[in-house]
Design a protein around this ligand. Structure first.
Ligand code: SAH
Ligand code: SF4
Ligand code: F3S
Length: 435
């Protein structure tokens, strides 16, 4: 009998997580049930190519499936996502992993059901990757990971071409969904029990669906049942005063912003093609904090961009000390073939990169711990996500400012808003007790 069960392995960012929810939605509509990888009839690997180790990880995962495929020819392997939008990767799969059954890309995600049907009925390999997307596809299914919160795409692709970044090549040109489609989706989600939406785009501030991003937020705010609105990512170069006002005015828009600065030296920022300066970024942070004093902030930082001097790196450390982020994602610069920076001179030696990285992480973590300590004794409203990953007798959830909070509870409070008194602020999370 045919094994109609599936498993999905997802690498990468929220866009990919959400694409995997869409793939799960397709599979469930086709009568497939979720299963552990060991038992699944089909394994889908949704890939990321933002850094080299993401690439390597994928080929490792793929290699492990080879024996399984040899033992059971009916077992299907489908690979998709950002890596498939790169020709050299598809070529490598075709030559070294020819047994892969289905390959598709980010631009033709919606074609997955057809490809799967063909692979099953014709017992044939299906390969279909498009260079460009044909606009925006509406009406895709989605099987959410959480009942009470959801991702909602507002733009696809990216036009910014930061010189280190592969995303504009793997996700194509930027296109915005229509506001009415976004609102209709939020209304549908709210009827289905969703309390929190996260609006997704590589640069939400360049949303251009007939209104700007601030305007869109004000529309999403009107949706009954949606209590919290988050969004990511905000590119500092396009963050408008209208957006700051919208956050300040709104009870629903969370007081939290992810504002990647990548590097603190003006020279490096310029060579990254990021279009702001250290001073203009700090000015923006000042304006946001003046309007929304309790806002929490996170960022992305790259160390070891080609040509980065110790002095340049000090400017990155300065930024961390000046802004004092609640948290930060720190990355070692990784050469992405095909991007401009891959051909820049003065690539930084690994040991220098690692030394800077360690010093950066020390500063970031020290400040996170200090900021979290300030929460001790406060009462915070938490939207509960479910049992804590580490401790099943605890529940965990997020504050409005996106702080992770763990607290003891005998009952399952998933999807509920509860008040928690913070008893301990740690580096990456808070501990508390129900009040
Ligand atoms: N659109 C978002 C970023 C998406 S990629 C933005 O502009 O903020 C997520 C993060 O990965 C980036 O912010 C950057 O810090 C990191 N990143 C991207 N390309 C990288 C590379 N080649 N090497 C190291 N880090 C990289
Ligand atoms: Fe990459 Fe820059 Fe686009 Fe972000 S804005 S996805 S870092 S090119
Ligand atoms: Fe996201 Fe990775 Fe693609 S970060 S957009 S999944 S390259």
């Amino acid at each position: 009998m045919e094994n109609k069960t599936y498993h999905i392995t997802t690498f990468g960012c929220q866009m990919n997580e959400h694409d995997s929810e869409i793939i799960a939605g397709f599979l469930e509509n086709m009568g497939y049930q979720p299963a552990e990888l060991e038992n699944a009839g089909i394994e889908v690997i949704n890939t990321c190519s933002v850094r080299e180790n993401a690439d390597k990880h994928f080929f490792g995962t793929l290699g492990q499936l080879k024996h399984r495929k040899e033992d059971d020819p009916d077992f299907l392997v489908a690979v998709c996502g950002c890596m498939m939008q790169q020709k050299r990767i598809v070529d490598e799969i075709n030559s070294k992993y020819p047994w892969v059954d289905i390959i598709f890309g980010t631009n033709n995600l919606y074609r997955f059901p057809h490809l799967l049907n063909d692979a099953v009925s014709k017992h044939d390999r299906e390969r279909e990757v498009w260079d460009e997307a044909d606009g925006v596809k509406e009406g895709l299914p989605s099987l959410r990971k959480f009942k009470h919160k959801a991702f909602v795409n507002i733009t696809y692709g990216c036009n910014n071409f930061c010189t280190y970044c592969i995303v504009p090549y793997t996700r194509g040109r930027e296109r915005s969904r229509k506001p009415e489609d976004i609102i209709a989706e939020c209304e549908r989600l709210a009827r289905d029990g969703v309390e929190e939406v996260t609006l997704l785009g590589q640069n939400v501030n360049s949303y251009a669906g007939g209104m700007d991003f601030a305007g869109l937020l004000r529309e999403v705010e009107k949706v009954d049942g949606i209590e919290r609105i988050r969004f990511m990512t905000s590119n500092p170069k396009d963050l408008s005063d209208r957006l700051i006002e919208a956050i300040a005015d709104s009870d629903k828009i969370c007081n939290n912003i992810h504002l990647p600065f990548q590097a603190g030296s003006d020279d490096v920022i310029r060579r990254m093609n990021r279009h702001y300066t250290h001073a203009s970024y700090l000015d923006l942070v000042g304006r946001i904090r003046a309007a929304v004093p309790d806002i929490t902030m996170s960022t992305d930082i790259i160390v070891g961009f080609p040509g980065e001097t110790e002095e340049d790196f000090q400017r990155t450390l300065d930024m961390v000390e000046e802004v004092r982020y609640d948290s930060a994602f720190t990355f070692l610069y990784s050469v992405r073939p095909g991007t401009p920076a891959a051909d820049f001179e003065d690539q930084i030696p690994e040991d220098v990169k690692h030394d800077r990285f360690d010093r950066l992480v020390e500063a970031v973590n020290r400040i996170s711990a200090e900021k979290n300590k300030l929460y001790e004794g406060r009462i915070e409203r938490i939207l509960v996500d479910g049992a804590s990953k580490r401790e099943p007798s605890a529940q965990s959830g997020r504050t409005d400012g996106f702080k992770l909070v763990n607290f003891k509870s005998d009952c399952d409070l998933t999807g509920r808003f509860v008040d928690v008194r913070i008893t301990k602020g740690k580096t990456f999370s808070l501990e508390g007790e129900l009040v």
